[in-house]
Design a protein around this ligand. Sequence first.
Ligand code: NAP
Length: 246
Amino acid sequence: MLSGKVALVTGAGRGIGKAIALSLAKKGAFVIVNYCGSEQKAQETVAEIHFHGGRGVACQCDVSDFSACKEMIDLLIKEYGHIDILVNNAGITRDGLVMKMSEEEFDEVVNVNLKGCFHTIRHLSRQFLKQKSGKIINISSVSGIVGNPGQANYCASKAGVIGLTKSVARELGSRGITVNAVAPGWIDTEMTGSLPEAVKEKLKGQILLGRTGTAEEVGEVVAFLASPSADYITGQVISVDGGMAL
Ligand code: NAP
């Protein structure tokens, strides 16, 4: 379904990004597994892609760095000739109550989660316009829709991702480029693993389906949005949250 397509997935060495990379590769895409600090994990993702008969490479870049993103994307276009799918998945948390939050904690989260999406879209959109095709999928969060105490920085960044998604969808739609966001709820990864048990129990009570989600369940939705089956879907925010934000 995605054979011949080249996909760039940011933060794909572990967690949701890894599952997205595997889903896209299983559907035939050549996957560029971006990582920031976890080179070994990224190489393991690539090895898993190869194990399943897919194709991919690892590629280091800090998405919060505007120039580094340009360098990465220019290099990838030179090497592969085209990029067809961009998944902005890289994300971090620096939780704390707003009254105690440092400027650095706020900026760091916004720089990776929101500006990271801007950087890759900024540098890739000219190529997408040239190709008159492209699929952009940004990973937002249920927290960006309903807010969360202790996560003002994170929620602001993820709400920003939704605004960015809708604006870019409006800008690029006439050239056949689709731009959508996926808003996961509580997905079991390293990011959520460190939550205190009491918070976990409280959150679980808010999920209509009564369980947490898996990274693979997010990966499948992203792969659908990247596929021709979703050609008529743009500017949308698809929640994958077990009904948490209903
Ligand atoms: P995770 O396990 O902590 O993984 C985060 C990923 O982001 C890692 O691969 C990491 O790569 C990458 N990353 C961090 N900073 C980066 C940077 N500056 N440049 C490039 N990559 C960077 O988190 P996750 O749970 O899989 O989350 C993935 C995405 O889903 C995030 O955007 C997160 O906000 C969103 N999300 C998660 C949940 C959830 O419940 N887990 C819910 C809603 C939304 P390195 O290890 O190489 O640094």
